[in-house]
Design a protein around this ligand. Structure first.
Ligand code: EPS
Length: 392
């Protein structure tokens, strides 16, 4: 992997950090490029009180100078404002009053959360040691890394957008997507491009909140402007569709990923699935459909990547489900913690970030180069070779 990242930090710790490696030198990059996506991730109807406390922004700690990347690892910091309220609970040092449990111990695991399996695996008595890292707060770091990759992709004419297609029982109708998907989706509080469906989603979220329940949903990510042939058919780990699925499934609460027709393709005969090939009047091949969702043989076709990502409802319920007390072994209701009713609108922004990272990595693996100048030259030379094939 050329472009890779790692993140650290707990939800109520001092800060989140991310180190992004493999970005070539000479990419124009400013804090604003990252903050824009951090803010987009925080928006969305159905979020809890935490998003009113935070005001995410990035601080570059390394890898950027005078508005340009240096080719060295990019180190980024996002402070948790809520830390002020949690500094004793999350203190890294041992404290004189640490004989008993720290305040806000989570002792009754929430079904669906990492709580129970985490305390067993990591041998902890307080599930807070697990949930603080399992929290989707971590995705702010991913979005920061994705924003840098998005900036790189823009230089190659590649755009990454998303919209919400389902929340709970509400399904948006299939519409033709606007050219600038995000500028339309971001105008909606639920990031849905259909106004009626968006209103129905808001009502469904209100009903779930009143019932002290939570809702999941589905987002669609669209990546446009890709060169043909990113990824490879030759080995399982080089297949771009596989890499995208892995990246999306790694997002907290995601339970399903589909490319193009996805599961629907399995129900149709081949004649109703495969994208037929036509030649235009200059002999250049094209497809009228994109049922494949932008990959064939694990490689980009040059058409848009269309990825659907499904999220389960958040597992912290204000009307808690059956559980037990880790200390006493008695049955009890799971612990209720402040949380969101839904985070599906944010899932779109996070999925964009993961898609941007996967695609930027595939581009860099294929075309290499330590600098943006070399990367561009290599891409141009490849595209020239591909296009010359149709000059008969
Ligand atoms: C989360 C619980 C809530 C969410 C949080 C994810 O936080 P808190 O426990 O502080 O109320 O708001 O999401 C974020 C903080 C974020 O930045 O997205 C959880 O348990 O996963």
């Amino acid at each position: 992997m050329n472009i890779r990242f790692t993140t650290a930090g707990e939800s109520h710790g001092k800060a989140l950090t991310a180190i992004l490696e493999g970005i070539p030198s000479g990419l124009g990059l400013s804090k604003k490029d990252v903050d824009v996506d951090l803010r987009r991730r925080m928006m969305g109807y159905g979020r809890g009180a935490r998003m009113k406390i935070e005001s995410d922004e990035v601080e570059f700690l390394g890898g950027v100078r005078a508005g340009q990347t240096l080719g060295s690892p990019i180190s980024m910091l996002i402070r948790n404002r809520d830390w002020e309220n949690w500094s004793e609970i999350m203190d890294a040092e041992s404290r004189s009053d640490d004989d008993g449990d720290r305040r806000r111990k989570l002792g009754r695991p929430r079904p669906g959360h990492a709580d129970l399996v985490g305390v067993l695996k990591y041998n902890r008595s307080d599930a807070r040691d697990i949930l603080e890292r399992a929290s989707a707060r971590e995705t702010a770091s991913r979005v920061a890394c994705g924003a840098v990759c998005r900036k790189l992709l823009v230089d190659f004419g590649v755009t990454v957008g998303s919209h919400v297609v389902e929340i709970g029982p509400v399904k948006a109708p299939l519409l033709e997507l606007p050219d600038d998907l995000n500028s339309v989706a971001d105008r909606s509080e639920v990031r849905c491009i259909d106004e009626d469906a968006g209103r129905a989603m808001i009502e469904a979220i209100d009903r779930a909140r009143e019932a002290r329940d939570t809702l999941g949903g589905i987002v669609e990510v669209v990546v446009k402007g890709l060169p043909v042939g990113l990824g490879s058919h030759v080995s399982w780990h080089q297949k771009l569709d596989g890499r995208l699925a892995h990246a999306m499934m790694s997002i907290p609460a995601v339970k399903g990923v589909e490319l193009g027709l996805g599961f629907e393709a399995s129900r149709r005969p081949g004649s109703k699935v495969h994208d037929e090939l036509f030649l235009d009047d200059q002999g250049i091949p094209f497809r009228k459909t994109n049922n494949a969702g932008g990959t064939e043989g694990g490689m980009t076709t040059g058409g848009p990547l269309v990825i659907r990502v499904g999220m389960k409802p958040i597992s912290t319920l204000m009307k808690p489900l059956a559980s037990f007390d880790l200390d006493t072994g008695e049955t009890a209701r799971a612990q209720a913690e402040r949380s969101d009713t839904t985070a599906v609108p944010a899932l779109g922004v996070i999925s964009e970030a993961m898609a941007a990272i996967v695609v930027a990595n595939a581009l860099s693996e294929q075309f290499g180069g330590g600098s943006m100048t070399d990367l561009k030259e290599n891409v141009n030379s490849y595209m020239g070779r591909v296009e010359s094939r149709w000059k008969r």
